[in-house]
Design a protein around this ligand. Sequence first.
Ligand code: MLT
Length: 304
Amino acid sequence: MYNILTLNKISPIGLEKFDKNKYSYASEIENPDAVLVRSASMHEMEFSPSLKAIARAGAGVNNIPLDKCSEAGIVVFNTPGANANAVKELVICSLLLSSRKIVPAIEWAKGLKGEGENVAKLAEKGKSQFVGPELKGKKLGVIGLGAIGILVANAAIHLGMEVYGYDPYISVDAAWGLSRSVKHAKTLGEVYENSDYITIHVPSTPETKGMINSESIQTMKHGVRIMNFARGDLVVKEDILAALDEKAVKVYITDFLEDEFLDHPGVIGLPHLGASTPESEDNCAVMAADELIDFLENGNITNS
Ligand code: MLT
């Protein structure tokens, strides 16, 4: 019998993969053989000597102490691509939110409550403050051409945007499934220089941490709109706030909240919602469960 410790709510469709005759799973379990986790931090956790594998139902593995795992010989899996469509849809939604002033317009419209039959007239009068540009013809820089970046780039092409793709590890020409219309930016500088909108899709590593900072922002177009659905620490918080105040950055949409973002007029902050769809939660849970089963039963290691 294998014991699986589940550290977060995992979709039932994933848990059903574990044959009851071979596996037991629970949120508290002694001597687990494996852990199935979503976003809970495992950095402070004591590892039982029985632990052989951790599967993250998601792409990023920042909540797992990788050094400690490699020292202990614990295999770490993730589920790249399983939530890519969910994130892509929210990024596309954010491109529109950053342009069309939808959030402030909704808030303003709520203030018309109680105006009775004057509502329509007041709406007509007030709407000019919410004019915002179309995406068609604007330039989008996509930094990172993994599963999510490729989907975002292709969807933006369909919206009529001119897309610059950049990836530090794979070239645009080699990125399988990428529309031929995506332009190959050879340097990050080229993306920064050209883009009206920038969306980041790289993991947080020592090389990428803080990549959006006062220095890089200086090389971007004045009034650029930036989306961050990758990791909060890719952006230096103080620098983005200063750039927003100076209007060097027009809008910052982030899936990673910070206290200072909550009441800043230039920030649209979301509570890490990128992968929060039932479809993506199911996909991640199934992929993570399959990886653990294949490893525990056959010794196969995929996506580690
Ligand atoms: C991921 O790492 O896959 C995303 O940040 C989504 C998530 O953690 O739920």
